[in-house]
Design a protein around this ligand. Structure first.
Ligand code: NAD
Ligand code: MG
Length: 388
């Protein structure tokens, strides 16, 4: 039995992970589940998977979970607060930790998981975007086994796993293009959160759905790939592939190109991470290439979707630039989701914040978090200017 803790259990990746785990109850034992404030969601998961610990970040939510679990006769220890996220990530009973919190909030709990030297399944791309160098240093120092769960990076991981890294010429990162592929900037002006979150191929949390619609998600993924695979950003190319069947490709010096294909279903990369190097039945349908008929590829439209270009520039600039980009994006996306910022202004807020926060070379996680804080303040000011 492998002990698993899921950070961000009630989200899209978290629930999908429990779907896979639930198909193999003889192999996995759930140690701890965490959520921000969704009491009923976490309660349902506790009833189904019987973890030893449940964490709610908010104390009032934790109190309600304690009452509800007692009523139902559940034997689970309910903890609360940010520190508890790190504590359960470090439990000795864990063999594997799924890092599936969204945004910068995932950085410290994910690093806590890394510090155990165990297997860490990385969905929280923002932690690598914010602190790539320090994060990978921690992975090496503690001997953690980092397996990417982002479908593109999991594809690259699979294409690279038995190969020599030095023979790699390029990484081709595929992108679905999001719900607005082929649209003009003019047409994007009045986009609502519901439209932006209606992704044609993937069902995901709201933040990453908006990131996919602006193509910022692909920009964050370029930075993620840069650190995971020690590849300079200029050797990572983005390729729009609307069917989302080819999840990414690796080109070698001899011209060979390896790709990983599957139906667009997060259970595939999650099952891969859980069982690697073994393979598990993830409940995913077989790929029917004849029914698909053709697979299409095109270059990304960097004019209509400037976020991808901004992220590439931040990747090239290095230092704190990606952390500033990430913080500004989180602030702008939140405001867009709350109806306070037009869709097309997300890129403006990110661009202005990058222009105004002086980039540095953060030498510690505290310094990264300080950059994040300053960038959030500047992004809020940039938003006020955009609204004026
Ligand atoms: P989501 O919004 O559906 O779920 C987020 C989870 O994090 C929830 O359990 C929520 O309770 C928890 N959470 C939110 N804010 C928190 C906070 N401040 N402190 C602690 N916990 C908090 O998000 P998601 O779509 O599952 O994405 C999770 C991560 O995985 C993101 O980094 C995303 O980029 C990445 N990812 C997601 C997908 C996908 O298919 N959804 C694919 C690739 C990568
Ligand atoms: Mg992805």
């Amino acid at each position: 039995m492998k002990g698993i803790t899921i950070l961000g259990a009630t989200g899209s990746v978290g629930t999908t992970t429990l779907d896979v785990v639930g198909r193999h109850r003889n192999r996995f034992q759930v140690i701890a589940l965490t959520a921000h404030a969704d009491v009923e969601g976490l309660l349902r998961q506790c009833l189904d998977h019987h973890p030893q610990y449940a964490v709610m970040v908010e104390e009032t939510a934790a109190q309600r979970l304690r009452v509800r679990s007692k009523q139902l006769g559940l034997n689970v220890q309910v903890l609360s607060g940010k520190q508890a996220l790190e504590d359960v990530a470090k439990l000795p009973e864990n063999d594997c930790i799924m890092a599936a919190i969204v945004g910068a909030a995932g950085l410290l709990p994910t690093l806590a998981a890394v510090s155990t030297g165990k297997r860490v399944l990385l969905a929280n791309k923002e932690s690598l975007v914010m602190a790539g160098q320090l994060f990978m240093q921690a992975v090496r120092e503690h001997g953690a086994e980092l397996i990417p769960i982002d479908s593109e990076h999991n594809a690259i991981f699979q294409c690279l796993s038995s190969q020599e890294r030095h023979g790699v010429r390029r990484i081709l990162l595929t992108a679905s293009g999001g719900p607005f592929r082929g649209w003009s900037q003019e047409k994007l002006r009045g986009i609502t959160p519901a439209q932006a979150c209606a992704h044609p191929k993937w069902s995901m949390g709201r933040k990453i759905s908006v990131d996919s619609a602006t193509l910022m998600n692909k920009g964050l993924e370029v930075i993620e790939a840069r650190w995971l695979f020690e590849t300079p950003p200029e050797h990572i190319e983005v390729l729009v592939h609307p069917q989302s069947i080819v999840h990414s490709l690796v080109e070698y010096a001899d011209g060979s190109v390896l790709a990983q294909l599957s139906n667009p279903d997060m259970r595939t990369p999650i099952a891969c991470g859980l069982a690697w190097p073994e393979r598990l039945d993830a409940g995913v349908q077989s790929l029917d290439l004849c029914a698909l008929g053709h697979l299409d590829f095109e270059p990304p439209d960097l004019i209509t979707f400037p976020c991808l270009q901004l992220a590439k520039q931040a990747a090239q600039a290095g230092g704190s630039a990606p952390a500033i980009l990430n913080a500004a994006n989180e602030i702008a996306v939140q405001a867009f989701l709350e109806g306070q910022l037009p869709f097309t202004a997300i890129a403006h807020v990110v661009e202005q914040t990058l222009e105004q926060v002086f980039p540095s070379n953060p030498a510690s996680i505290e310094a990264v978090l300080e950059c994040d804080r300053r960038a959030r303040i500047m992004a809020a000011a940039a938003m006020a200017r955009v609204a004026a």
